[in-house]
Design a protein around this ligand. Sequence first.
Ligand code: NAD
Length: 256
Amino acid sequence: MLSGKTAIITGSNSGIGLGVARELARAGADVVLNSFTDRNEDHELAKGMSKEFGVSARYIKADMSKGDECRALVERAGGCDILVNNAGIQHVAAIEEFPVERWDAIIAINMTSAFHTTAVALPGMREKGWGRIINVASAHGLTASPYKSAYVTAKHGVVGLTKTVALEAAGKGITVNAICPGYVLTPLVEAQIPDQMKAHNMDRETVIREVMLERQPSRQFATVEELGGTAVFLCSDAAAQITGTTISVDGGWTAL
Ligand code: NAD
């Protein structure tokens, strides 16, 4: 379905980004994986995907906290047909104690990186008359939780960027949408558990059941394969008129 298309997925050496890259490759897209590290295993990940799905797969190191590296990623990839802005980090703290450098890093990686990559990727999509931009936002792009001020701010910003770029690209074969996952068990969520245990004075299992999945009526984590499947759908012809909107994959969180 996606053969002949090239997809860049930022932050794709683990978690949702890796799941999305795998599903796009399974659908036939050539993929460009990314993170800020440059380890053998990063490149091996791409090689393995190429072998498994019979597509071209490359790994390009770029730090999404730096605007020039975000732009260089798209340039080094030679542009793309599908851009998935997924890189993201989290920090949990009350606003009075929120470290300024964590605020700046979250805004840069989770939000501003999408501005830079989109600005460089869009002209090529316009020339081809086809493109898909998929921003991995969050249920926290639509609602808030305490102690996540930078993350909630950045994700609401990503939803705003999604709508704006969709309008700028409308009618040109290019769609721009945000996927809003609820809780997906990935390293990012795993890393939040100790902070949440401390903030709520609870053990691990109670935090998972009563704090994390308390907002998710299904009481089930979404999977990275489900997120990847949603991205593949947004790349399909059936989704050609879906633009400037959000798709929640959150077990009913935002219906509450
Ligand atoms: P993860 O920690 O497994 O993956 C994050 C990815 O971003 C990794 O590949 C990491 O290397 C990369 N990354 C981090 N800093 C980077 C930087 N400076 N430059 C380049 N890459 C960088 O986490 P995840 O849960 O898979 O998160 C992926 C996205 O999904 C994030 O935007 C996150 O906010 C969003 N999200 C996750 C959940 C969830 O429950 N896991 C829910 C909603 C939204």
